[in-house]
Design a protein around this ligand. Structure first.
Ligand code: HDE
Length: 716
């Protein structure tokens, strides 16, 4: 018989149904009479219908006799199937694949003279935050390591309402006017007649559109760089992209660009690695974020602002309202004003990550928009999209979207209304006095910066938006040689997937306005004669200085913290070497996984049994930042004929990873064909102190010197 006990928020059972009508969105259990039920066989709640009616049998539908027809009166069955039929909501048109986490934002350097935004007034002030990372082009089930821009959307639950900074991991965008967005996205998404390729820009439609849209050339440099294949969501920068305004208590406005800088430094994977990761672990980025947060390694970013005034905007070479341009950090330094820490995964993916509704229009007093025509268009699009996606105007009632500060208004009714105004007055002005509900507050309320506007009504693009190549060139020359090679390789790869030769040539004609060597390398890689340079609306500035901040390699962490080593082991592996290596990992804050011939694990030289995390073919080296082969002679002899082991070594070698090894592993190098190619990226582990030596080498993240030996396209 079922027994009852008092409800508790801490029991596991209590967490599985959420009541969104509870204040603050706190998880509460529905149960008959608010009680949890203990069923035989464990401490679990009684299954109920959505109406709270206890269910006696969830295995069989109600029938007229054991072999008779199912009865319409089975309300539990009908409700269950009906709800299942409606489980999917329309996925986001863009940024469908995403992953999010909770955390907080803390003000570390108040900006009181620049903005009245409440969250930037007091040092140490914290507000809750929810951050959703995403890819853009792929659908919800697409792999994490698609070559794509990453969304970096931050919701800050401030004391004066929700502030959404809906940014990307790249500081510029493809287009200058929101009216081109549907065309850009149509071109990037699977082609409409065949519905492929999924989550890839390597197809005719995308490059056709891009090659006809010179304003996208700066973005092309960024998306063909390794920025679009990040190693982890934790190792990415975020950018607000547009110029915004900060407005102080006196109404003075300062222009601002927002930056999120990852504490763990920047890092990307190699393209060949990305392709293989997508097969080995399509959830690579999700799993990485989940594991980091669940194990208490909370990722952190600094919020930086580039502040500038009208005088700077006037003399800057480009228009600060043009979202295809950035402001080099050397010209306007990034001032750090806060930190963002992600320390908790959502309780439920759908309720939070899927239903979160970011809107660029969500800004707080002290922040304002600029006239960037892309931002102006976005301010319409996001609200509209949320209404369609979440089914009505009350998506703000969903706990993840509701503000966490007090709020009061007269908006009412509609689909799924959870919180209607209470009392008699649902309008204003009214004469009901204190009972008449909320009133406007000119002192505290949001006011727009009083910018003057004039000029004729016209569909125009400002002349100041017409330089499309100068910053593309500046980005390219700011890259290290390795990164420049990767950009050229990516362009050749993508354009080689394009079937119409004219599109390939047209794109190369733009590259000629960016960098002569790049254009020549790509034309050669495509087997194309070098086309004439595209006609430029404005002659490019060719002497903009390189900016170190734009390179990933120049902004590495010089630490192996937060990275992961794959240790391939066999029975009989040296216990002391393993202890030395893992102690060095712990000291550095490096994670590791044991990979073995069998998931049951291995027995070390001291007879200690060590469980494995991966079987060799389930743990290819592409899943790790560096690898170690800790094998016994007998184990190595067995693995020497194992293809996944040889792939493990070959890929680690080809992806320029540091490779640690015990003496017996040389047989495996021989088998994999890299024995004669060992270089300084190989670190022999002879005693327990060599683990630390290996980790120290790994701080460079990759042994790039090897690249010219493994890639015919690499710069020699
Ligand atoms: Fe978005 N974008 N976007 N976008 N965007 C959406 O909103 C749109 C743009 C960005 O994790 C949609 O809720 C237009 C730039 C992120 O939920 C939609 C234009 C930047 C996310 C939409 C842009 C972004 C979105 C689709 C051109 C970087 C995911 C679903 C004017 C600064 C947010 C949704 C999340 C999502 C429209 C351009 C970032 C359709 C019209 C530029 C991070 O409303």
């Amino acid at each position: 018989m079922a027994k009852t006990r008092a409800p508790s928020r801490t029991t596991k059972a209590a967490a599985f149904v959420q009541d969104s009508t509870k204040k603050g969105g706190v998880a509460e259990t529905f149960g008959a009479g608010g009680e949890l039920h203990q069923m035989s066989g464990g401490d679990v709640a009684t299954l109920t219908t959505q109406q709270g009616i206890p269910v006696a049998d969830d295995q069989n539908s109600l029938k007229q006799g054991p072999r008779g027809p199912t009865l319409l009166e089975d309300f539990h069955f009908r409700e269950k199937i009906f709800h299942f039929d409606h489980e999917r909501i329309p996925e986001r048109v863009v940024h469908a694949r995403g992953y999010a986490a909770h955390g907080f934002f803390e003000c570390t350097a108040p900006l009181t003279d620049v903005t009245r935004a409440d969250l930037l007034q007091r040092k140490g002030e914290r507000v809750p935050a929810f951050v959703r990372f995403s890819t853009v082009a792929g659908s919800k089930g697409s792999p994490d390591l698609a070559r794509d821009v990453r969304g970096f959307a931050v919701k800050l639950y401030t004391k004066e309402g929700n502030w959404d900074i809906v940014g990307n991991n790249i500081p510029v965008f493809f287009i200058q006017d929101a009216i081109k967005f549907p065309d850009l996205i149509h071109a990037a998404k699977p082609e409409p007649d065949r519905d492929f390729p999924q989550a890839q820009t390597a197809h005719d439609n995308f490059w056709d559109f891009i090659s006809l849209t010179p304003e996208s050339m700066h973005m092309v440099m960024w998306i063909m760089s390794d920025r679009t294949i990040p190693r982890s969501l934790r190792f990415m920068e975020g950018f607000g992209v547009h110029t915004f305004r900060l407005v102080n208590a006196k109404g003075k406005s300062t222009f601002v660009k927002f930056h999120w800088k990852p504490k763990l430094g920047l890092q990307s994977v190699a393209w060949n690695e990305a392709v293989k990761i997508n097969g080995a672990d399509p959830d690579f980025h999700r799993r990485d974020l989940w594991n980091a947060i669940q194990s208490g390694n909370f990722p952190e970013w600094e919020l930086g602002v580039q502040l500038f005034d009208d005088a700077f905007a006037e003399k800057f070479d480009f228009d600060v309202l043009d979202p295809t341009k950035l402001i080099p950090e050397e010209l306007v330094p990034v001032k750090i004003v806060g930190r963002l820490v992600l320390d908790r995964m959502p309780d439920n993916f759908f309720a939070e990550t899927e239903q979160v509704a970011f809107c660029t229009q969500n800004i707080v007093p002290g922040v304002d928009f600029s006239n960037d025509p892309l931002l102006q268009g976005r301010n319409f699009s996001y609200l509209d999209t949320q209404i369609k996606r979440l089914g009505g105007p009350n998506f703000t009632h969903i706990p993840i979207n509701a503000p966490k500060c007090p709020y009061a208004h007269f908006q009412q009714d509609g689909h799924m209304a959870m919180k209607n105004p209470v009392g008699r007055a649902n309008y204003e002005p009214n004469s009901w006095g204190a009972e008449g509900g909320p009133r406007e507050n000119p002192a505290r309320g949001f006011t727009s910066f009083a910018e003057e506007a004039d000029g004729p009504k016209a569909r125009v693009r400002s002349e100041t938006f017409s330089d499309h190549y100068s910053q593309a060139r500046q980005f390219f020359i700011s890259q290290t040689g390795i990164e420049q090679t990767h950009i050229a390789n990516a362009l050749v790869f993508e354009l080689s997937k394009v079937e119409r030769e004219g599109i390939r040539g047209r794109l190369v004609s733009h590259l000629r306005n960016i960098d002569a060597d790049l254009a020549a390398t790509v034309a050669d890689g495509l087997g194309l004669p070098l086309p004439a340079a595209a006609k430029a609306a404005r002659a490019p500035i060719t002497d903009l200085p390189a900016s170190d901040a734009l390179s990933i390699v120049n902004n590495g962490p010089d630490s192996f913290k937060g990275r992961k080593i794959g240790i391939l082991m066999t029975d009989g592996a040296d216990a002391e070497l393993f202890a030395g290596l893992t102690a060095a990992c712990d000291k550095e804050g490096t994670d590791y996984e044991v990979i073995a011939p069998k998931i049951g694990g291995v027995v070390l030289s001291d007879k200690q049994k060590l469980p494995a995390k991966q079987k060799i073919d389930g743990g290819p080296s592409v899943l790790y930042d560096a690898v170690v082969l800790l094998v016994s002679e007998k184990g190595a002899a067995l693995l020497a004929k194992d293809a996944p082991t040889k792939d493990f070594i070959n890929d680690a070698f080809a992806h320029c990873k540091f490779i640690g090894y015990s003496a017996a592993a040389k047989v495996l190098f021989q088998a994999a064909g890299v024995r004669d190619k060992t270089d300084d990226g190989f670190v022999a582990l002879k005693d327990d102190r060599d683990g630390a030596k290996f980790i120290k080498a790994c701080r460079a993240l990759r042994f790039w010197d090897r690249e010219s030996a493994v890639d015919a396209d690499a710069k020699q």
